[in-house]
Design a protein around this ligand. Structure first.
Ligand code: NAD
Length: 270
């Protein structure tokens, strides 16, 4: 009998869902054990592997999340914030490892993740790439060294279909900078400037979002002072990097105690 970690994918028909099917297919020690989609999705009944371009893996896409969570060791979710709380409760019920990559989560969804994490290991990250998580550590370090005379601006660009702004990764960098400065991001962020906004607030962290084409994800954190500027940037050219991080998180979580973790834990950066 196979000892592979049985991984389920919610949203298997999405851009990340398909990348996950391909990534798991090419990774030793794990297998796609189930795949689900939203009720009414056109891909229901199709083979998850065939749909992701790697040929049949004999896993049909269904719309029963309860069966998915009950039948897998770990479930990876890159879908919509509206289903995160429900999926978290199914993970707690089945003691299923839960990896959440969905962005745009609100406080109530984070509460649901914290509650479910009493029963199982959950990894939540707005960006699962190794490079971005390393860069977040550098952003924090630079922000710790530089005082509020250095304005911090975060610029991101994504493909034209992205529905939330600023990107989860921009927020992740904003939080890293805020932690470095010892301030609360919610109290010090400037978003969506338009019209006569007045001068920039000293010590705030600004966000700007660009949308267009098929850009997978570009981010720059700019530290600007009188007469000099530091820019830390990351450019993603393929979704594989996020899928690889999510699969790594699922395999790592097998030996983790119940709790809510981030990619810094998975990568041993904490
Ligand atoms: P997408 O629109 O291509 O795919 C989302 C899929 O989820 C769709 O196929 C949709 O039908 C499905 N879905 C929606 N509700 C569902 C439900 N109740 N049950 C099952 N499936 C459901 O979007 P995408 O580009 O794959 O991105 C998905 C999410 O992942 C977004 O929030 C995006 O910002 C985020 N994302 C995160 C990272 C990261 O590293 N954390 C990286 C890339 C994208």
């Amino acid at each position: 009998m196979s000892t592979d970690v049985r991984i389920g994918i919610v949203g298997a028909g999405g851009r990340m869902g398909r990348a996950l099917v391909r990534e798991i297919g090419g990774t030793d020690g794990c297998m796609v054990a189930g795949a689900s989609e939203r009720p009414g999705a056109p891909v229901l009944g199709q083979d998850a592997g065939a749909m992701a371009g790697i040929g049949s893996i004999e896993v049909k896409i269904h719309d029963d999340p309860l069966a998915l969570f009950a039948g897998c060791d770990a479930v990876i979710d890159f879908t919509s914030p509206s289903v995160t709380a429900h999926h978290a409760s199914l993970a707690a019920q089945g003691k299923t490892i839960y990896i959440v990559g969905t962005t745009g989560l609100e406080a109530e969804q984070f509460d649901a993740l914290r509650k479910a994490a009493a029963h199982t290991a959950i990894v939540q990250a707005y960006n699962m790439s190794v490079g971005v998580n390393l860069l977040a550590g550098l952003v924090r370090q630079v922000a710790t060294q530089l005082g509020p005379d250095w304005d911090i601006e975060i610029v991101e660009m994504h493909h034209r279909l992205k529905v939330d702004a600023p990107s989860g990764t921009a927020i992740l960098f904003g939080e890293a900078a805020a932690r470095g400065r010892g301030i609360d991001l919610a109290q010090h962020s400037e978003r969506g400037r338009d019209g006569i906004t007045g001068a920039r607030q000293k010590g705030s962290i600004g966000f700007a979002s660009l949308r267009g084409g098929n850009v997978v994800g570009d981010h720059s954190v700019i530290f600007a002072a009188e007469n000099e500027r530091i820019e830390l940037s990351h450019k993603a050219s393929d979704r594989t990097i996020f899928a690889r991080g999510a699969v790594r998180a699922a395999l790592w979580a097998r030996s983790a105690a119940p709790g809510l973790y981030g990619m810094a834990d998975v990568l041993g950066l904490n």
